[in-house]
Each structure stands twice: as C-alpha cells, then as structure tokens.
Design a binder for this molecule. Structure first.
Ligand SMILES: *Cc1c(COP(=O)(O)O)cnc(C)c1O
Length: 364
C-alpha cells in the first residue's frame, strides 16, 4: 500500500505516533479500564492531564507567568466574537489589519457584534505586479484610541505569512490558528494569541487562548459565561465540561513536540519542507505561486498550474500516489499543500517528486 500523506488545511493530519498511542490506550487510559473520553473532567487523572498539558505548552512557547492559558470551546472562529465580547465593553474600539480571508472574516464578525463604527479596518496586503506582499504599517496614535489591534500572522487560505513583529501602541491580538508552534515567537509581544486546534494542536472543537492578565480587567460586553475569558481563567477552563478528548490529544501533541526538541527543532524542519516545495514551484514554469518571497507561508503553500484545465487530472493522479487533499480553497482555487508540524519531510519529498514528474509529463 502507498503511504498516504494528507495535505488538508484543517482538520489536518496529526502526528502518527500520537494517533498510535491514542489507539493503544483508547479503551484503557491510565489503567482506569475506561477511555479518557469517559472520565470526569474533574477527576484527579484528568486534572493531572490538564495541568501537564498547560505546563508543556508553557514550556514549548516560553509563555510568561503573567499570561493565562485557556482551553476553550468553539474553534478559532469562536474567538472572533470572544475577543469583541471580552474586551470591547463600554464603547471600546478596535483596529483590524486585514491580509486575507481569515482576517477579513474576523472583521465581519466584530462588526456584526459592535457595529461598523467601532471597528476600523486597514488592509496591509498589496498586489505588486500580480504578487501579493504585506507591508506592516507604522502604527501610531493615542493609547486610548483602541482597545486592541487584531491581525492574522498566517492566512491559511491565501498562503500569506507575516514573519515580522507588529509594533503597536495598542495591545496586539493575533489569530495564530495555522501557525502556532510552527516557529519560535516572543509571546510577550502579544496581548492575546488564539488558535483553533485542528491545524497544529489537535482535533477540531478546541481552541487555545493565551491572554495577558491585564486584558482580563478590560470592560466586557454582556456575554455567555462559557465564552467569558475571566470565567474560564477562574475555573481552570472547566466552568462547564470541556472537550476532554480533544484536550487529551492536544496534550499528546505537546509531548510529541517536546520529545522532538520543541518549537525550535520543528521550525527547522518546517523551513526545510517549505523551501523544498517553493523551490519545486519556482523551478517549474508549470507552477505559479503569487505571494512575495518574504510572505510565503511555511504552513500553507498555495500554487496554480499554468493550465487550469489540468487541475482535476493533477488532483486525481496525486491522490493515486497517496497525496491527498491538495485542492485549494474554493474562494481562491488552484492548489494548496498544508504542511503543518505533523507533516513529515518525507511527505513533502513525495509531493515534490510527483509535481516534478507531472510537470515534465505536461510541458511541451
Ligand atoms: C481554520 C482557521 C480559523 C477557523 O477555525 P474554526 O475552528 O473553523 O473556527 C480561523 N482563523 C484561521 C487563521 C484559521 O486557519
């Protein structure tokens, strides 16, 4: 049987070792004779799991002590509304930088909740000769102008990543759903980092919120208690029943990453994978990527074939070679290879071999 490499943007592949371990202990976790899915989230075994997960994550990302780590429901999008509800009470305003689909979706949700007037939007991506490039603005203004500035360091759909740090007079909130733990970052540069789990953390349904304590004293809007960051922080993310199985798998992913040498080690492999794939795209006239080199995503590599008529043939042949879920997002078309932490180098090597052969076969 051919090895299957899953390039899905999300839910994405999980490390094979983690899946095998979960399978092995599925019906007898921790010697309890039951699955982790079937034990109380308030049991001492689950509390120990939760504490270890948080400790491992803190270590992996070097999270300072004055940040809370929350394991929330609702995926990445839930945080689009949570950041508004938690921080924009008493007529607070926010600035949103947009660079693609996800940052625009966050704006839409914010405006829905607090109205157009409370949200300022600034586009930071430009087309330069058909190439998309991000220019981070010099943000200046009064500290009281905005409660926060929001942006998305990795646009999963567009394949655009922002590697520079944003400097701002206002607290910075980042949607890191598709880039969290893929490379080293300085958490202290951010007031809030959030991420849906299903790209680099674990299964869908769970989302992580890393929030500076000071943010928790901002006035909030009336909101549901299960989505209130203060309530989550005060209750160890267990105000109500959390998605325990997703949390367990996330904990296993953190252990896996730690054993591998942490974020620094995976970042090197991620660079190698991305470089290999972009090199293949650049060396073949048959493939095109339209993102400036400085903003090419290391997690979501988008590309088009120079003949759209060959798209379905490309996808079918790729699939036959065990390379699945390469179809681009319906909004942008083309292809997309998502190469998150769990994608081994061998998966990218197999993809590149296939792409070179396909290009050769179809070039005049
Ligand atoms: C996937 C993704 C989301 C949405 O996550 P859901 O869990 O589906 O709500 C939000 N932002 C970014 C950058 C994403 O990649």
């Amino acid at each position: 049987m051919t090895t299957t490499y899953n390039f899905c943007a999300g839910p994405a592949m999980l490390p094979a070792d983690v899946m095998l371990k979960a399978q092995k202990e599925l019906i007898n976790w921790n010697g309890l004779g039951t699955s982790v899915m079937e034990v109380s989230h308030r049991s001492k075994e689950f509390i120990a799991l939760a504490e270890q997960a948080e400790a491992d994550l803190r270590q992996l990302m070097h999270i300072p002590d004055n940040y809370k780590v929350l394991f929330m429901h609702g995926g990445g999008r839930a945080q689009f509304s949570n950041i508004v509800n938690n921080f924009l009470g008493d007529n607070g305003r926010a600035l949103y930088l947009t660079s693609g689909q996800w940052s625009r979706a966050a704006v839409k949700e914010a405006k829905l909740l607090v109205g157009e007037e409370a949200i300022d939007e600034l586009t930071i991506v430009n087309q330069d000769d058909g190439v998309k490039v991000v220019t981070l603005p010099k943000l200046i203004g009064d500290k009281n102008d905005y409660r926060f500035v929001h942006y998305c360091p990795n646009e999963t759909v567009d394949g655009i990543e922002i590697f520079e740090n944003l400097t701002s007079p206002w607290p910075v909130i980042a949607d890191m759903s598709s880039t969290i733990m893929s490379r080293e970052i300085d958490v202290s540069q951010f007031a809030v980092i959030y991420a849906g789990a299903q790209k680099n953390i674990g299964p869908s349904g769970l989302s992580l919120v890393i929030v500076h304590e000071d943010m928790l004293s901002l006035p909030s809007l009336a909101q549901s208690s299960v989505m209130d960051y203060r309530v989550a922080a005060a209750n160890g993310s267990m105000f109500n029943t959390p998605p325990t199985f997703a949390w367990y798998l996330a904990a296993e992913v953190f252990k896996w990453l730690t054993a591998l040498g942490g974020v620094k080690a995976i970042a090197q492999i991620n660079c190698q994978k991305a470089q290999l794939l972009y090199q293949c795209i650049d060396e073949n006239d048959f493939y095109v990527n339209t993102v400036a080199v400085s903003n090419r995503s290391k997690m979501n590599v988008t590309f088009q074939l120079n003949d759209d008529a060959l798209n379905s043939k490309f996808l079918a042949q790729a699939q036959a070679n065990g390379l699945v879920a390469l179809k681009g997002h319906r909004v942008v078309g083309g292809m997309r290879a998502s190469i998150y932490n769990a994608m081994p180098l061998s998966g990218v090597e197999a993809l590149v071999t296939f792409m070179n052969a396909f290009a050769k076969q179809h070039s005049a």
